[in-house]
Design a protein around this ligand. Structure first.
Ligand SMILES: [Zn+2]
Ligand SMILES: [Zn+2]
Length: 311
């Protein structure tokens, strides 16, 4: 894989930075970095400091962005990634908390300047959504092409729709594959797995308890899994006229902490990261409340995710 000389050169150029670890140790920067851009489940804009869902994986400094909730561009900048470095986008499913900023993220990269060449992957409908976004901004885009001499952005992105799980692509750095998960009423909801040379990372997307996800994540170093805390949800929805229906939907579509623990245990991952919190705007729920029931089943390292946390 790497010669000793390459490793030494690489090590010399790395800076030390503080990594999240249970003991708070600083670790040396890895070539695969995971940064949580937005950890709040759901489309509403929060007041608790959590941005809408998005996760960044940097592999040899190339960004792979999984989901584009509102605020993703800004969070990417806050993570220190220039927007014109945008290269790969993955959408797990077509709920708006996962795709609302898909078009705008690409637009923001384009307006930042070249070089950009983006490949986007997502369930069926992504290509149409991409075209629709360009239609939505047709006037602005065509004005800027003529007036400012910019390249045509429609030629700088390829949307790859898919409707079956499997290997999506492989390059020199990483193999990316997908797994169908359970998120009714949406039929096409996928988890993604990134097998890089130094780490493997699985992002659950939105899912109810899905044992097949544990198989998919088997042996991964890091599993980023969504989570729903039922007492918190019940406290929030009890006043609503549609509380019963809403509770049924949430129970069918998301995963309770103890079930997240079962998935992580069955998968045998080293580190479990909780993200996509439902409810996402309830700062009174402590890290212990999010993780206690998880810990009953999973003995590995558990991280309660926060925006811009690096793992
Ligand atoms: Zn969601
Ligand atoms: Zn969803």
């Amino acid at each position: 894989m790497f010669s000793r000389r390459q490793l030494l050169i690489g090590a010399g150029s790395l800076s030390l930075l503080t990594m999240v670890s249970p003991r708070g140790f600083s670790q040396q920067k890895k070539s695969t970095r995971i940064i949580l851009l937005g950890t709040k489940g759901g489309p509403s804009l929060g007041t608790s400091g959590r941005s809408n869902p998005s996760t960044l994986i940097l592999i040899n400094d190339i960004p792979y962005i999984i989901d584009c909730g509102y605020g993703t561009s800004r969070q990417l900048l806050s993570a220190g990634v220039s927007l014109n470095k945008l290269r790969y986008i993955f959408i797990t499913h077509h709920h708006s908390d996962h795709n609302l900023e898909y078009g705008p993220l690409f637009y923001n990269a384009w307006i930042t300047g070249l070089p950009i060449q983006v490949d986007a992957y997502g369930p069926s409908g992504l290509g149409k959504m991409t075209q629709d976004f360009f239609n939505y901004l047709k006037f602005d885009i065509e004005t800027r092409i003529v007036d400012e001499g910019r390249p045509d952005p429609r030629k700088l992105i390829v949307a790859h729709d898919f409707n079956k799980p499997g290997i999506l692509f492989e390059n020199d750095d990483v193999k990316v594959s997908s797994c169908l998960v359970r998120h009714p009423p949406i039929k096409l909801a996928f988890a993604y797995r990134f097998d890089a040379k130094d780490r493997s990372v699985v992002i659950s997307g939105d899912t109810a308890y899905a044992p097949e996800l544990a198989e998919f994540a088997r042996g991964a170093d890091v599993l980023v899994h969504e989570v729903m805390y039922l007492p918190g949800v019940e406290a929030l929805i009890k006043q609503l006229p549609n509380a019963r229906r809403l509770r049924e939907h949430l129970m069918a579509a998301h995963t309770l902490p103890e079930d997240v623990g079962k998935i992580a245990d069955r998968a045998g991952v080293n580190t479990l990261v909780l993200s996509h919190f439902v409810p996402g705007d309830a700062p009174s729920i402590t890290d212990e409340q999010w993780s206690d029931s998880v810990r009953k089943h999973f003995k590995g390292r558990i991280i309660v995710g926060k925006d811009l946390m690096e793992i």
